[in-house]
Design a protein around this ligand. Sequence first.
Ligand code: FES
Length: 138
Amino acid sequence: MNQAEWLRAAHIDDLMDGEGFESDVEIDGETVALFRMDGAVFALGLCTHEQGPLGQGNVDDGQVTCPWHSARFDIRTGTCLGSPTACRVDGSIQIGDADAGESIPACRTFAVKVVDGEVLVSRAAATPRARDGELAAE
Ligand code: FES
């Protein structure tokens, strides 16, 4: 996949405001998670802690919480806003994981555009325009 190639990741109607969506698209081995927020769509890669699926995380106030150990990321920029704080033990959540407080890098962001209702993503990093919450259109 070259930088300019666009891949269909979802239909806009698949995305609910305030919820994540785990697409079938992988870029460089990272499953692309989609988020619809305030009329715009954003795409993130995997959690940078242990590759948790951010598309399955809870969304609140422009942030997604990783379902594995609760690191939080800004949906618009990928910036990590909260370090891992919990770990799964036999299906339960245990606060106080050894990684708690660990500083982790931002997750990847991907460029998104919506064309005729189809949500397309590319390997290119999200542009400042997309980060400002505007839908790119052709
Ligand atoms: S894998 Fe996401 S916080 Fe651990």
